[in-house]
Design a protein around this ligand. Structure first.
Ligand code: SF4
Ligand code: SF4
Length: 319
């Protein structure tokens, strides 16, 4: 795999600092039942990295002590972590809002038959990958049969009460471009998704988030091999909007890796740009929240993916 960091480090980005931390994004590990082309984590079925019980407990202590309001679970497929159910139960008991970044197909895998019911029972918000409403495009990016399996999972979630207006079970979908381009306008695309999915499959959902592909790991490496890295960076930089700097997600959240080390965001985690204290990587067990707020964020060329056009974050467009 080709490393994009040396190239990204040559591109300057405006300085930004962290404000108040409201969200902790936890990467539970890199195992996934899929192996998508655009994956910025390089996740897949053969990855074995996963958070230990000890680090999970240290993370829960941090959440409790600092009264973190929202926890965003990611991976790989976070649901494949052996303690996933125990974790969402513990967080629910603490009154923490839990977001599960779900690839949908995991809900149909053997051994995960009751997962969707458990997510509903614990009022977990689902943010599900659905990079297009057309079968051909989804399967091209995410693998053969993924579209059909995703539709089946969405129907199951709707039956459980997810995605219906006025209901407390939230189901948001994520669109990301097929390759080296910017997302279409989020509001219009959401209307198109809603119309198509309802007409064709009777599926409903709450919001669509458009997320820009970030040039790191598998996606970044593919860009270099196809000689698309430079034009893509030029596209992102030419679309940079200063107004988006205020709302980029690293200003309000922290990311933690499967070993317990802290980062400004999931992308900095993948680029191995950790937060540091006294010249050492900062671990969740040693972190004091007051020392993390108002701190400089580590930025480089990849950050233009967050500020290009309407902006991009884990919650979709910024403006
Ligand atoms: S993009 Fe998501 S579903 Fe696809 S391989 Fe990566 S973690 Fe798994
Ligand atoms: S990639 Fe985005 S979220 Fe991460 S540090 Fe850069 S601007 Fe912040």
């Amino acid at each position: 795999m080709l490393d994009t960091l040396p190239l990204l480090n040559k591109i300057s980005f405006p300085a930004i600092n962290r404000k108040k931390i409201n969200i902790l994004q936890i990467n539970l590990g890199y195992r996934c039942n899929q192996q998508c082309l655009h994956c910025h984590v390089n996740a897949g079925p053969n990855r074995r990295e996963e958070m230990s019980h000890e680090v999970l407990m240290q993370t829960l202590d941090f959440i409790k002590y600092n009264r973190i309001q929202t926890v965003d679970l990611t991976g790989g497929a976070p649901e494949m972590h052996p303690e996933f159910i125990g974790l969402i139960e513990a967080l629910h008991q603490l009154g923490v809002k839990v977001i599960d970044r779900c690839n949908l197909t995991i809900l149909n895998e053997t051994g995960y038959e009751h997962l969707a019911e458990k997510l509903a029972e614990k009022q977990v918000e689902i943010v599900a990958s659905m990079p297009c409403y057309l079968e051909e495009n989804v399967n091209k990016q995410r693998g053969s049969g993924v579209f059909e399996s995703s539709i089946k999972a969405l129907k199951t979630l709707n039956e459980l009460g997810y995605g219906h207006e006025g209901n407390s079970l939230t189901l948001n979908l994520v669109y990301n471009p097929q390759g080296a381009s910017l997302s279409p306008e989020q509001v219009q695309l959401e209307k198109d998704y809603k119309t198509f999915l309802m007409e064709q499959f009777g599926i409903t959902f709450n919001q669509l988030f458009t997320i820009t592909n970030v040039p790191v790991k598998r996606f970044g490496s593919t860009l270099i091999s196809k000689k698309e890295f430079k034009p893509y960076m030029e596209l992102l930089q030419s679309a940079h909007q200063m107004d988006n700097l205020d709302a980029v997600m690293c200003r309000y959240q922290l990311s933690i890796d499967w070993q317990g080390y802290l980062y400004d965001c999931d992308f900095n985690q993948m680029l191995e740009l950790p937060l540091q204290k006294n010249g050492k990587k900062l671990h969740i067990a040693d972190a004091r929240i007051e020392e993390l707020e108002n701190r400089d964020i580590i930025v480089a060329g990849h950050c233009y993916a967050c500020t290009a056009g309407k902006g991009s974050s884990c919650g979709g467009a910024l403006t």
